[in-house]
Design a binder for this molecule. Structure first.
Ligand SMILES: [Zn+2]
Length: 432
């Protein structure tokens, strides 16, 4: 797949951008470029402007820039878009002129817009790190993130759901390099082999050895037993992805993974489970919960039925984690492709793009969102959780997808004994 390449000889024309203060800016456009691409390329929200061609308002969604037109883009809202975009370095204007580079050995610049509760406005901050400083900063961010919210109690054993990807490796480094700053704890790692490639399973085992974690592999047969399946877990996922509902296949994968991890944790008598969710993962979950009207608890730790869940990577973004690994062990910093069951759903694209876009225009938005979410949760009544009568997974009684989603409508509301996946499996005669 390639983005349309404009020929080198494609001509540029100047377009006038007018804000509500009647200031004029010049934007370059290529002939034949869709107007929406032009707007998006310049971070101008489509609904913040009207576009005129030769003084007549046009439908900007349906037009390309033509060589014989004279175009103006006018803001319909009065906020200081050019100034703000210049500050964010999304526009290169006089407001952001001059040298950008502050230090030659910079490896990463952390930017935050911090909300000031006293005056209700934001302050922009940025700090640059070289590679060594960055590693230290990340490890401090990690241990502070754990200690700030008391995620680890002294002496406890924590069940770690381990994928065998680079997130697991990073978490291993973080946990072992910050040991002196954290309470004493043991890790019992649980790897669900069902949806992993053999290389990932092998790597999960190696990581456990390297960092001194207990290691338990939950394989296909275990999953089959947990769910009382008549068929293999893969057949179930194939059925869900291709026959039932494509967008539920990630959801179903997650239920299976969680059921496997929880089942092993119960066997070992573990109360606390940790998953490697990072800033954007949690942001995407919060955004989803707001958009579909689903309760969200947490965001950094939560009581979840019989378990306590913690997300020790909450304060770190995927980009930062990738850079951390690059600084620590560049040879391991290769990205595997996601499994086929993690692809395809439109909804996942939406929530992650919204989360990433919010971070682009409001750096540090995740941190603020979590703080706000924590306060909101304090006003809400506690969530209720139950355990599925078939697979034993913990699920929320506060939200039943079938009320919202006809495709998943397997049973009537009175049946509250099976998790949403097992309801589907039972209806389609996959479990005995
Ligand atoms: Zn179940």
């Amino acid at each position: 797949m390639s983005i349309t390449q404009f020929r080198n000889d494609s001509k540029l024309i100047n377009i006038v951008f007018k804000d509500r203060l009647d200031r004029k800016f010049t934007i370059e456009s290529r002939i034949n470029e869709p107007i929406t691409t032009l707007l998006n390329r310049n971070h101008i929200p489509i609904d913040s402007v009207i576009v005129r061609k030769n003084n007549v308002i046009i439908d900007d969604w349906q037009e390309r820039i033509e060589h014989d037109g004279e175009y103006t883009i006018e803001m319909v809202r009065a906020y200081h878009l050019p100034d703000f975009l210049s500050l964010l370095r999304l526009w290169d204007t006089k407001a952001a002129q001059g040298k950008i580079k502050i230090r030659e050995d910079s490896f990463y610049t952390k930017r935050m817009f911090l909300h000031n509760d006293d005056d209700g406005d934001y302050t922009a901050t940025q700090t640059s790190f070289n590679k060594e400083e960055f590693v230290q900063y990340m490890e401090k961010t990690f241990s502070d993130g754990i200690n700030l919210h008391n995620l680890i109690e002294p002496g406890e054993t924590i069940g770690l759901a381990m994928s065998g990807g680079r997130d697991s490796l990073s978490l291993g480094y973080f946990l072992s390099n910050t040991k002196k700053d954290l309470p004493d704890f043991n890790i019992s790692s649980i790897h669900v082999g069902t949806f992993s490639k053999p290389a990932e399973t092998k790597f999960a085992n190696e990581i456990a050895n390297q960092f001194g974690f207990d290691f338990k592999l939950v394989n296909d047969d275990d999953v089959k037993k947990i769910f009382n399946l008549k068929v293999s877990p893969h057949e179930v996922l194939e059925f869900i992805k291709y026959d039932l509902n494509k967008s539920y296949s990630i959801g179903a994968t997650h239920v299976i993974m969680r059921a496997a991890v929880e089942s092993e944790a119960k066997k070992q008598g573990l109360k606390k489970i940790t998953y490697g969710l990072m800033t954007e993962d949690i942001m995407a979950s919060i955004i989803k919960s707001m958009f579909v009207g689903m309760p969200f608890s947490g965001p950094i730790k939560k009581s979840f039925g019989r378990f306590d869940l913690i997300y020790p990577l909450w304060s770190i973004s995927k980009k930062e984690l990738t850079l951390y690994l690059e600084a620590m062990v560049p040879q391991h910093n290769k990205q595997g492709s996601p499994s086929i069951f993690e692809r395809g759903a439109f909804s996942r694209d939406i929530y992650y793009l919204v989360a990433d876009t919010i971070e682009t225009i409001l750096p540090g938005a995740g941190m603020q969102l979590f703080l706000a979410q924590k306060m909101t949760n304090e006003f809400l009544k506690p969530y209720q959780y139950s355990e599925c009568k078939n697979c034993g997974v913990t699920y929320s009684l506060s939200y039943r997808p079938e009320k919202h989603n006809i495709v998943l409508d397997a049973h009537d509301d009175s049946d509250q004994e099976l998790c949403d996946l097992c309801k589907i499996l039972e209806k389609h005669n996959y479990i005995s």
